[in-house]
Design a protein around this ligand. Sequence first.
Ligand SMILES: [Zn+2]
Length: 103
Amino acid sequence: MFRLPVCPHCKTVFHYRDVWKIKNKKTEKCYHCGKSFKVSRVGYLVLLLIVVLLSVVVNVMILSSMSNILSSIAPIIIFSLTVVVLALIFTPFFIIFKRINGR
Ligand SMILES: [Zn+2]
């Protein structure tokens, strides 16, 4: 289901650690074929949006199911941290490498 990004030129699959290093760059060169490609984070932004919406909904549900606000703080913190950590772990799977137009 989850796939790491591949070079759009030679289809080399990039390693998890390499994707981590280049995920904040705009363009990168393939270590295998040496050609440049665009690093697209669109998929990752969609993931973040879904994650944020989901955690807001779940936090509201936790809040409304607890009789007092103090007892709902711990589950909300635990849930939110888990969601953030999971989103970070899966970041490289939502990065896409695209061909630069005209090359
Ligand atoms: Zn390549």
